[in-house]
Design a protein around this ligand. Structure first.
Ligand SMILES: *Cc1c(COP(=O)(O)O)cnc(C)c1O
Length: 439
């Protein structure tokens, strides 16, 4: 067998939630992964609220050490699970929402006013009114239509709404959204300046924030720093040309997961150092908002799965798992490192991990596993996975929250069955009478 292409990092050494027992068994928040897999069955997704709390604190504290006023808002779209959202709030962060469903979640969790940011675009009048009535810290606008919609909602509510405007600046390197994205008012052609003039002239809208979210899977503090220098320049020019200030600078999210950053030796503090340097040039003080999703949620869930089939291939065998890409969604840039539950210290051979769907999606193309490994852990499985999961093909995982040594099932086969019957029109069907047994 050939050696693995990349030397595998020691994943369990990179997260405080993971460890190895003396016999080599993977430990997740102090629980043996073999026993968890036995008790819960596979496929399972084990959610770790303690890691969510630690991640929120890590990124917030890093920026707060270097900048005077910082607030973190979790990008809810990355994970909707209640124990994750509860942990985010316990750690002192707010929520960033962009749709009626996400506003429902924020309301169910009692989140409003200073703890709430509203983003997105193409909003309906009804959504705008509901969101305005929550008096969010910022309602950030990202199209001329939305400016009109939110203005009408503000007038209907008789309140002035604190609004942000989303800007799109030229990308400063890899780990950023495309230059030609649909997101943001473009700066270079003056669209941003026109949107700002429209908002500024409206007594129902109070210009409060600038949203500069443009990173995605960013692993480079230098790319981030260069982007923030552009942002600082945009603030300074706006001030010079129009006199308008933004009391809030919303940097957005887009940082790679804490686990994958750690594998490269990068920390939240490295990004905060860049932010402090870039923002030192601002012509007036700002409150900085962060909107991390992936950084907070991704490494706060571990998939547990069994190998259900093997296919020998030259190069590396395919191991087929019972956890599927219908929940490990292959969004661009997604990475799900797969490690063995047992036998991490022995010889390992390269393996490719995939699921039972007929889609070509791969879970991990560069795993290194002991011969005969049958129970596997899928790391980095908390962000943009079950929030986007599809009810098709293989069984979806039981979702379990593991906190303070106790596990709680959130979703099981029955939840999926009920959702499935409603989604696909089977809820009205009565079960067919079973055929009489042959005697
Ligand atoms: C998706 C999104 C985020 C979070 O992105 P991550 O890559 O998960 O950190 C933050 N802000 C906005 C506006 C977003 O759309």
């Amino acid at each position: 067998m050939t050696a693995p292409k990349h030397a595998e990092p020691d994943w369990t050494g990179l997260s405080a939630s993971l460890d190895r027992a003396t016999d080599g068994c993977l430990m997740i928040e102090g629980e043996r992964a073999d026993r968890l897999a036995g008790r819960l069955g596979t496929p399972a997704l084990v959610v770790l609220p303690a890691r969510v709390r630690a991640n929120v604190r890590e990124i917030t504290d890093a920026f707060a050490r270097r900048l005077p006023r910082v607030r973190t808002y979790f990008a809810l779209k990355s994970c909707y699970l209640e124990p994750v959202v509860s942990a985010v709030l316990e750690a002192g962060a707010g929520l960033e929402v962009m749709s009626p469903l996400e506003l429902d979640i924020a309301q169910a969790m009692g989140v409003r006013e200073a703890d709430l940011l509203v983003n997105g675009f193409g909003h309906t009048q009804a959504f705008a009114k509901r969101a305005v009535d929550q008096e969010p810290a910022l309602f950030t606008l990202d199209s001329f239509e939305d400016i009109e919609t939110v203005s009408r909602a503000a007038r209907a509510s008789g309140t002035a709404v604190s609004v942000g405007l989303r800007v799109s600046l030229p990308a400063t390197g890899p780990g950023m959204l495309d230059d030609d994205t649909k997101l943001g008012f473009t700066w270079q052609d003056g669209q941003f300046t026109r949107a700002l003039a429209r908002v500024e002239a409206d007594p129902a809208l109070r210009v409060t924030g600038l949203l500069a979210h443009q990173l995605s899977h960013c692993v480079s503090p230098a790319v981030f720093g260069a982007h923030l220098r552009n942002v600082a320049d945009c603030l300074a020019r706006t001030r010079r040309d129009t006199g308008i200030r933004f009391p809030v600078l919303d940097i957005g999210g887009g940082f790679e997961s804490r686990l994958l950053l750690a594998a490269r030796g990068v920390t939240a503090d490295d990004f905060a150092v860049e932010a402090a340097a870039a923002l030192a040039a601002l012509p007036y003080p700002v409150t900085v908002y962060l909107e991390p999703g992936r950084y907070v949620a991704a490494d706060a869930a571990v998939g547990l799965t069994r190998v259900v089939a093997r296919k020998a291939r030259t190069g590396a065998d395919w191991l087929i798992t019972d956890l599927g890409t219908n929940s490990l969604i292959p969004v661009p840039g997604a990475r799900f490192p797969v490690i063995p539950v047992h036998g991490a210290d022995g010889d390992r051979t390269p393996a490719r991990i995939a699921d039972r769907t007929c889609a070509p999606a791969v879970i991990d193309a560069h795993a290194a596993l002991p011969a005969g490994a049958d129970t596997l852990a899928v790391l980095n499985a908390g962000a943009y996975t079950v929030a986007l999961s599809h009810i098709w093909g293989p069984e979806l995982p039981r979702v379990v929250s593991l906190d303070h040594g106790a596990d709680r099932t959130l979703t099981d086969a029955d939840s999926y069955r009920r959702a499935f019957t409603h989604l696909y029109g089977y809820s009205a069907l009565r079960p067919k009478t079973p055929a009489a047994p042959l005697s």
